[in-house]
Write a protein that binds this ligand. Structure first.
Ligand code: HEM
Ligand code: HEM
Length: 190
């Protein structure tokens, strides 16, 4: 067995949390975009003879977005917890891997992608926590701004990895790695 039961639990919780985080970003950039919604609010209110400025409309639109975005922070804390859990699993040797040098070129590539993903997830956690606690940590406005830019840039790696990973699993399952998915789903003790 390649993965222990606790690693499998970690994998699926991590997948849920990361997909949830991506979901909140999707909503922030589309249906709950404060710029787009400010325009709608301004226009609809003017149709019932209430005139507000764009700045006022943006305040309203951000208030509508806010309860949704709290989920980004909440899921962010969950990710931080899962990163600690992943370190514990590392010391427990919860993943039984072959020696890197004995892997095929393809498997080496897959492994390297996982390393890149782990590094990115850790970075997202540290930078995200720094953003969430910038006041408590007295991080300057400029530095907070730079951290946010980096947090947003690294988000693109996650955005590319997730569909690539899922497609990779489907392809592997249909080629020569039958059971790769059911192995990750099976609950029996290893
Ligand atoms: C929901 C769809 C997903 C499916 C069906 C899926 C399936 C799998 C499977 C079958 C493996 C084992 C691959 C192997 O044996 O080489 C795996 C590994 C992995 N998955 Fe997923 N996964 C999903 C989502 C995610 C998400 C959203 C993340 C986080 C961004 C993620 C992170 C990982 C990592 C880091 C590994 C490698 C673990 C290691 O060997 O250290 N997966 N996944
Ligand atoms: C897979 C992990 C994560 C992804 C993909 C992600 C993605 C993003 C993106 C794209 C933004 C910029 C949104 C925008 O301005 O349009 C953002 C902002 C932010 N994220 Fe994350 N994030 C992740 C993890 C975390 C974690 C672990 C935390 C920690 C609690 C966190 C806290 C924040 C905060 C506080 C902001 C700033 C929001 C604001 O300026 O109002 N994120 N995140």
């Amino acid at each position: 067995m390649k993965y222990t039961a606790s690693f499998k639990l970690w994998h699926w919780l991590n997948a849920l949390v990361v997909l949830g985080l991506l979901g909140t970003v999707f909503l922030r950039k589309t249906f709950l975009s404060y710029k787009a919604n400010a325009e709608i609010l301004m226009q609809k209110l003017s149709e019932i003879d209430i005139i507000i400025t764009i700045e006022q409309a943006k305040i309203l639109a951000k208030a509508i977005r806010s309860p949704m975005w709290e989920w980004h922070i909440f899921l962010g804390y969950a990710l931080a917890f899962l990163m600690v859990y992943r370190i514990v699993l590392y010391f427990q040797r919860a993943v039984k891997k072959e020696v890197f040098s004995s892997l095929s070129l393809h498997k080496k590539g897959v492994e390297l992608l996982y390393y890149l993903l782990y590094a990115t997830l850790f970075f997202m956690t540290i930078s995200g926590l720094a953003l969430a606690f910038h006041e408590t940590l007295s991080i300057s406005k400029e530095l907070t701004h730079d951290i946010k830019e980096l947090h947003e840039a690294a988000f693109n790696i996650i955005l590319v990895f997730v569909p690539l990973h899922i497609a990779g699993i489907i392809i592997a399952e249909n080629r020569n790695e039958k059971g790769i998915l059911s192995d990750m789903l099976r609950c029996e003790k290893s």
